[in-house]
Design a protein around this ligand. Structure first.
Ligand SMILES: C[S@@+](CC[C@H](N)C(=O)[O-])C[C@H]1O[C@@H](n2cnc3c(N)ncnc32)[C@H](O)[C@@H]1O
Length: 312
C-alpha cells in the first residue's frame, strides 16, 4: 500500500506543476500581447517584424528598405511645391504660403469663391482660373489698385460693410486675418445669412503655426463652431543666419524661416441649419489669448490690418 500512495502523491504533484506551468505560460503570452498592443513592446514588435521579414528571406538588419521604394515622386520628407508657378508680388510671411492656394483649389474648383483680405492677390491669382466665379474683398485702397492692375475683380471695402447680396451666392470663403479672433464675428455673419433651403457654404480660415495667438485661438473657434482642421506643411526656403530674410538666428515676426505649418479651419454652413448658431465665445477668454504674448513690432506696420468686429 505504501509505495502506491507515494506514487499517487508524486503523480498529483507532477500534474499540479504542469498545470501551473501551463497557466504561467498562458499568462505570459497574454501579457506579451497586451504589451505589444500598447506600443511599448518595441523589442517584441521588432522580433515579430524580423520574423515576418525573415520568412520572406530579407533581414532588415542587413537589408534596409530600398529608399527608392519609399516614394518615387518625391522624398517622403519633402514638402511638394505649389502648382502656382509665377513671380509673386509678396513673400511669406507677408502673404500665406503658396501651397495654401493648392489646398483652396481642392475645395473651390468649379465653385463660386471669395477671398476676404487679399493683399496684392498672389493666392487669388492662382486660385481664380479653377473657380466658376471669384472676387476679392479688400479694405486697403492701395491693394485694391494693385488687384485691379492684375485683372482681379475686387469689392474695395471692409468685409463688415459688404452687402449680403454679394455674399449669398458664394460657395467658398477664405481669409487669413489679424487678430485671429476677428474670424468669430465673420463666421457668425456668414452663418446667419438668409440662405435658401439646400444652399451651403464652406468657410476656410488660415492660422499660422508660428503665431502663438493663432494657435491659442484656433482650438477655441473650431471646437465651439464645430469645424475641422487641415494642416498644410510648407517650405519656401530660409537661411541659418540672415538678418534680411527670416532665418533660424534672426526670426522675423516669429518666423525662423519661410517654412512651417498653416492650419486651415473649415466650417460647413448651410440651410436648413444643421445646428443652431452657438452663443458667442466668452470675451474674457478671447482676450486671454493675448496674455503673455508681446511682440517688439506692431502687426499693423507689417500690413496685418485689423478689421472691425461684427455682430450677427
Ligand atoms: C494677412 S493678409 C492676408 C492676405 C492673403 N489673404 C493671404 O493669405 O496671403 C490680411 C489682409 O486682410 C485685409 N483685411 C483685414 N481686415 C479686413 C476687413 N475687415 N475687410 C477686408 N479686408 C481686410 C488686409 O488689408 C490684408 O490685405
Amino acid at each position: 500500500m505504501q509505495p502506491k500512495v507515494h506514487l499517487w502523491t508524486l503523480w498529483s504533484a507532477v500534474r499540479a506543476s504542469l498545470a501551473m506551468a501551463q497557466l504561467t505560460f498562458r499568462l505570459l503570452c497574454m501579457a506579451g500581447a497586451v504589451v505589444a498592443r500598447s506600443g511599448n513592446a518595441s523589442q517584441y514588435q521588432l522580433d515579430q517584424w524580423l520574423k515576418k521579414l525573415r520568412v520572406k528571406g530579407q533581414d532588415p538588419k542587413t537589408h534596409p528598405p530600398d529608399p527608392g521604394q519609399i516614394n518615387v515622386s518625391r522624398p517622403s520628407f519633402a514638402t511638394a511645391p505649389s502648382i502656382c508657378r509665377f513671380a509673386t508680388a509678396d513673400e511669406y510671411p507677408i502673404r500665406s504660403p503658396m501651397v495654401v492656394a493648392d489646398y483652396i483649389i481642392s475645395q473651390t474648383a468649379g465653385k463660386s469663391y471669395v477671398e476676404v483680405g487679399t493683399r496684392q492677390g498672389d493666392l487669388f491669382k492662382c486660385i481664380q482660373p479653377y473657380t466658376r466665379h471669384a472676387f476679392a474683398i479688400e479694405m486697403e485702397q492701395n491693394y485694391c489698385h494693385a488687384l485691379r492692375r492684375r485683372g482681379i475683380q475686387v469689392a474695395c471695402s471692409t468685409f463688415e460693410t459688404v452687402a449680403d447680396k454679394l455674399l449669398l451666392p458664394v460657395q467658398v470663403f477664405f481669409w487669413f486675418v489679424w487678430p485671429p479672433e476677428l474670424s468669430e464675428g465673420w463666421i457668425r455673419r456668414l452663418w446667419s445669412l438668409p440662405r435658401a433651403v439646400g444652399e451651403t457654404a464652406t468657410v476656410l480660415v488660415g492660422f499660422d503655426g508660428h503665431i502663438p495667438e493663432d494657435m491659442r485661438f484656433l482650438p477655441l473657434l473650431v471646437a465651439h463652431y464645430g469645424g475641422t482642421v487641415e494642416r498644410i506643411f510648407f517650405d519656401e526656403g530660409g537661411t541659418v543666419t540672415s538678418r534680411t530674410i527670416p532665418s533660424y538666428a534672426h526670426p522675423q515676426m516669429w518666423r525662423p524661416g519661410r517654412w512651417g505649418v498653416i492650419h486651415v479651419a473649415k466650417f460647413e454652413l448651410g440651410a436648413p441649419q444643421l445646428k443652431p448658431l452657438p452663443a458667442p465665445l466668452d470675451v474674457q477668454m478671447k482676450l486671454a489669448i493675448h496674455t503673455h504674448v508681446r511682440t517688439p513690432w506692431g502687426w499693423e506696420s507689417h500690413g496685418w490690418k485689423a478689421g472691425e468686429y461684427v455682430r450677427a
